[in-house]
Design a protein around this ligand. Structure first.
Ligand code: AMP
Ligand code: MG
Length: 405
């Protein structure tokens, strides 16, 4: 039986589990998933402080024409060396602690300063321009949920909590093996009829983009012995990805060798285009992805099947990309019976709605169409025609995709 796109992805995700966690310095934790719920040890702000440069005073003392003697000066970072007695004001800088006795801050712009005293130009509400201790975060608040990816905002929060280290999901080590007699290494002299092994680089870049560690195994030749040796080496990593050699060609030995290595094979084909000859198996806990050799197919099946698995293994809570709906700029015909992963250019129309069109020739031999794509549309298996203006589902490609307008 050939699995549907969704069945295949579900099977893969059900077969992998988080690898475990490690304590990491804050900066190295960026982009990774926290391994446990984080509870605030401290309040934020840490103390009541001024949101403006101005004067701390009692709101009751502030009205147009009120002249208040200056009873002190509080720069940011200085101690609390004064208090506000009724009828006085203290000059205060942004971030300085609110002195006892004050219940508001009046910004400079709303005053007239003279030596030793300040004149108010209007009134102020109690609490104005004060950032209260704990108004953002109170001690004991759950501030970050396990599985959340640490963006700069979360890193800021952890740093504000004075936490120099954080426990995050371990980076997945991914062995990458290209197979084929026609391949040569990047920069190596090539005999006639050979091509550069680009898949290893593409897949390694994709692994790294997710926070994983690629382990480059190079090229295995189309012989059982060589495949056996390299693939058994690959099984020492957390994940093994091979490309090519899984179709029905004369020398497509990958499947046989996986058998010899005791890899339990889950499926060998998925009902998608491109990427039909995509295989998945498990050796103990090590998932083995055998991707098609065609570079476009290898990258697209990585994106759809390997990416979510690696994220799950690294402890991410959200492993699938959000799906958007977008209108087709042009009609599309396809064969019914197979889900098509269409490389698309994404633009916004005059109404600001997301629209898509094919990013080029959808032949899998055309790498440029993937380079020009900002998204992948999922064209339902059962349909053979989509009208212009019809909405289809898509997800975006890349970490920071620039969309057209
Ligand atoms: P195969 O799956 O072995 O039939 O390969 C399909 C196509 O992908 C062939 O044209 C191969 O030459 C090409 N191909 C296979 N492996 C790689 C690779 N590592 N880098 C670039 N192209 C490849
Ligand atoms: Mg081949």
């Amino acid at each position: 039986m050939v699995l549907s796109f969704y069945q295949a992805r579900d099977q893969i995700l059900a077969s992998v589990a988080p690898l475990g966690a490690e304590d990491t310095l804050l900066l190295d934790a960026a982009g990774r998933a926290v391994a446990e719920n984080i509870v605030a040890p401290l309040p934020l702000p840490a103390f009541d402080n001024s949101a403006m440069d101005g004067y701390a005073l009692r709101a009751a003392d502030c009205f147009s024409g009120a002249v208040l003697p200056l009873a002190g000066y509080l720069p940011a970072g200085g101690g609390l060396n004064c208090r506000v007695e009724p009828g006085t004001a203290v000059k205060i800088m942004t971030g300085a602690p609110i002195p006892p006795g004050a219940d508001a801050v009046v910004p400079f712009e709303e005053t007239e300063e003279a030596p030793e005293q300040v004149t108010m130009l209007g009134t102020v509400k109690p609490g104005a321009h004060i950032r209260w201790q704990g108004e953002d975060i109170s001690p004991g608040d759950r501030i970050i949920e396990a599985g959340t990816v640490l963006r700069p905002a979360e890193i800021s929060l952890l740093a504000s909590m004075d936490l120099p280290k954080v426990r995050v999901g371990r980076r997945v080590r991914v062995a990458i093996l290209s197979t084929g007699d026609e391949l040569r290494e990047l920069g190596a002299q090539g005999a006639e009829g050979t091509i550069v092994n680009s898949n290893s680089w593409a897949l390694a870049a994709a692994v790294r983009e997710l926070g994983g560690v690629p382990v480059m195994l190079g090229i295995a030749r189309d012989s059982k012995e060589n495949l056996y040796e390299k693939m058994s080496q690959g099984l020492e990593a957390d994940v093994l990805i091979t490309s090519a050699g899984v179709s029905a060609g004369d020398r497509d030995y990958v499947r046989e060798v996986l058998d010899d290595l005791g890899v339990e094979q889950h499926f060998w084909k998925v009902n998608i285009k491109p990427g039909k000859p995509t295989a998945f198996g498990l050796k103990g806990k090590v998932p083995v992805f055998s991707l098609p050799g065609n570079p476009v197919s290898a990258m697209m099946t990585f994106e759809e099947f390997v990416r979510p698995a690696l994220l799950k293994m690294m402890g991410h809570r959200t492993v699938l990309k959000p799906l958007f709906k977008a209108k087709l700029q042009e009609p599309i015909s396809k064969k019914s019976g197979r889900l098509q992963l269409m490389r698309v250019a994404v633009e916004f129309d005059a109404q600001g709605e997301m629209t898509i069109c094919s990013s080029g020739d959808q032949n899998t031999g055309i790498l440029r169409t993937l380079v020009n794509a900002q998204g992948v549309a999922l064209l339902a298996a059962e349909k053979d025609y989509f009208a212009a203006g019809e909405e289809v589902e898509l997800h975006l490609l890349g970490a920071s995709t620039a969309l057209g307008s």
